[in-house]
Design a protein. Sequence first.
Lengths: 350, 159
Amino acid sequence: MAKKVYQQYLDQIRSAINEPNYLNDKIVKLSSKVTAEPQNFLLENVNDLSIETGLTSLKALLGKSSPVKISSGDHPDFAYLRHTKQVKIKHYIVSVFVDVKNSTNFFRKYSDDQIAVIIQTIQSAAIHTCSLFDGHVQRQQYDGLFLYFGGKNKSKSQAIEDALKAVAFFTYFMKYELPEIFDANDLDKIYTRAGIDFGDEDKVSWYVFGVNGCSELTTVSLHTSLAPKMQSYSKHNGIVIGDNLITKIPSLQQYATVPYDGSEPVPLIFKNPNYRQFDFDWQRYLSDSFEFVKRLGDKIEIDYGHEPENMTSFDNKIDMLKNNQAAISAGGILGSTGHVISPNKFYGWQ
Amino acid sequence: MSRPLNIIDENRVEMDRFVHLQSIADLNFVNAKNFSDKIVINYIVKDPDLKSEYFFEVQNTLIANSNQIQWQTPLLRLISPKVEVNLDVHMLTYGIVCYTFPGDIKYNKGLTCGYAVEQSFKWAFGYEFYLKKHYWPFKEMPHGIYPIHWGFTRPTIAA
């Protein structure tokens, strides 16, 4: 069997399909473990998958060795809003909405327990992939996910690239790896659709919504609202992006085309003021961005033999500059000791 | 017509000159020229991890009149190689790098000649990163309210 990026996830879904009592058996095994602490039986506890175990090969291909944390709930960079007298914060963000379609068909064949494991595993794949690219899980609703990319310590361009790469890899899973299981089981194909948009700081306000005990730190922005709307114009296993992404990174233009609703082009996602949307060629983007993603005609394939590039001294210096840890030696060489480079705190007029 | 300097103004200029020169005192590779009303610094950024060498000039006008202190920000200019105006790499006209551009950065005492030299290293590494990856690697910050006078519209972001 060919190697897969998401092999662990596929194995878990296959087990759920082939073993109707898979979930019960897991719970029995879990409860038989003697532990001093009371054991919870949440799906996440039954789940064998973590970023480290599930995405080992993708992490290796990307050359990422450090542990990855999942960020969810209040966005950590803006959580301080709960403890200040400010009502809102203005800050840019990339909003992403990812939905899994056609999963309703599962109810024709599988028990609730089986569906729970399948959906849980697909959700895990999405959350783990997005976390690998520093995504923040803002909200989940069954098989839908709303995420933010970006924050106080990330450039806008980097946040956009992270969002595109994360969603593109998840879409790769849905398009190339998951269908194998469901095709074999004679079910309608499930697929994903995603919408991504960028709102600059003057277009995004962060507030804490809700009532005491039931509140959420979230954004008010046309571009946050447009992300789910764009998703609905996406093709099967497709990604639709907002014009702002291309304004910010003009090189993305080469991957953008006007989306269609049937035979009708839908260039605008919003009117008065007009705002454009684009179908994003995520396959070409992935193959252009990563040497280990090869193009074969109109398809892509992962080259597992690819050796990740070692972090070069240049990359290290870029990281040092990013983290305000760089210094200049008396002779004029960048390093970690000498004349310390001040953080960029002198910009603007604030 | 400029007014003659009084003793207080002269003291201000000399105090500022001291601060600026002090800020580059530990950088042996720079060549600073000390004029009555300005400091001009020339140097080359040639790090082993950079593909090119970058000739920079930092020019700091010493402002005696406190009403015009905004213009006492060290202007960082790339002399060679020539890089076209490109806001993606934060390059303005005449090789001016936007990091310390006085039309966009509100004056503060941290904007020393040493700060400008530091930023030239950051720019050079950011520029070579951009040539490879097509995006700017560092955090972007909002610009100020002053217009850029040298022939094009004020950009919305700075490096």
